[in-house]
Design a protein. Sequence first.
Lengths: 223, 248
Amino acid sequence: MSGFFKSSIGRKVTMALSAFFLMFFLLQHFAINILSVFSPDTFNEVSHFMGTNPLIQYALQPVLLFGVIYHFVMGFILEFKNRSARVVSYAKNNGGANSTWVSRNMIYSGLFILIFLIIHFMDFWIPEINTKYIVGDMSGLHNGSFRYFHELQEKFVPIWRVALYCLGFVFLALHLLHGFNSAFQSVGANNKYTNGLKGFGKAYAILIPLGFIVIALFHHFNH
Amino acid sequence: MNLTLKIWRQKDANDKGKMVDYKVTDISEHMSFLEMMDVLNEQLVASGDEPVAFDHDCREGICGMCSMYINGEAHGPDRGVTTCQLHMRMFKDGDTITIEPWRAKAFPVIKDLVVDRTSFERIQQAGGYISVNTSGNTQDANAIPISKVAADEAMDAATCIGCGACVASCKNSSAMLFVGAKVSQYALLPQGQVEAVERVQNMVAQMDLEGFGNCTNTGACEVECPKGISLENIARMNREFLRASLKG
Ligand code: HEM
Ligand code: SF4
Ligand code: FES
């Protein structure tokens, strides 16, 4: 099996598996965030559950961290190897004649997502870890009521952050417009369902990032 | 028609090489692209210059030798054709045409537009065959029933002529369409099952060793392939490889 992880196809498959996990996580993340638009109380309760449940904190969270890191590190490794597979580049190359722009620029959309993720981690994840595991306050309370919804609203006051988040999701949409269906092909799933799945993949790639953008804008204009 | 050609000239494998401009006149739109190149070469020979070296053999789209990257696309702007099948009517009078060799680390340039594609042969030698006993008591091929669907798909995969346009077009210089086709033509048939596990593992290992890149599913290969080899073959190879890795 060690040969598998060093082989081109093995790496391609693990790239797709980490991507499947990330796409599933994204859906889950969206489902919770959208609650903040409809019911701040439910959002608070679910956030508290997610933030304090030991299974989620000590089992799923490390898997997520590993998944994200594996995905972009392997993405960079493959990009580097793929570039070195062509020593002299073409004087004239008409990439647009045979492939989509999004499929040729996964590394750039990915790079922007990475920048976004670093900021996103500094905004939400690091303060959470600090409050819960360094300060040691697992109550989830601030002045007697749940702090999550309030913290979320605060973050979306500055327009620069809202703009950056929106841009981040635009790049995520571009990444997924190719990535969603690419991941199925990578694990060898190309069959009679593939055409139908393409439509679903496009819908996912546009609607989920758009949903996140709507949430960010909603909180910017409603606080 | 009159054309300006920008052609990659490189004396030998060690030369640095450069693009050189040429002019050709009175090219008929009925000529094939290679015939246009012949006109240029006659012109060069007449003026005492070195003709442009390019690969060709059958000139009817079956050998896969004619490997030119024309105006940024493998085999030029037409679909489902090799360079020898490309007609000059795809171009207009006064056009400038850029002509380059296949570019890939695993396809080093030998001279001008000629590249070394023996990396494909080594991949084939690693497993692109079935071992049959030809001692005289060979089984009748029809004794093994094969469904029409499987036979057709295997035949489609087997139409790959090993031209390397897939590698040349791929931004990653990946050979997965070629290897996918060569793995598939056996994976679809009962005769291919005996050596299925080693075949895909050995061919993929050789492909990696040769320095081809990794597929990111852009689909450029499928569009540029003169034989319409489908991406389904790459998916099938991935499945075969996964299955083989789990078994062995
Ligand atoms: C952290 C920054 C990220 C970087 C640097 C990055 C980079 C890459 C690269 C280089 C590829 C391979 C290109 C290809 O196969 O076409 C890729 C594929 C993919 N990425 Fe990302 N990515 C990032 C984040 C994400 C996120 C957050 C998601 C989903 C929520 C995602 C989903 C995908 C999918 C679905 C694929 C296709 C997998 C496949 O073809 O098998 N990526 N990514
Ligand atoms: S798959 Fe198509 S493009 Fe690639 S070598 Fe075979 S015939 Fe040529
Ligand atoms: S010369 Fe044989 S395919 Fe073009």
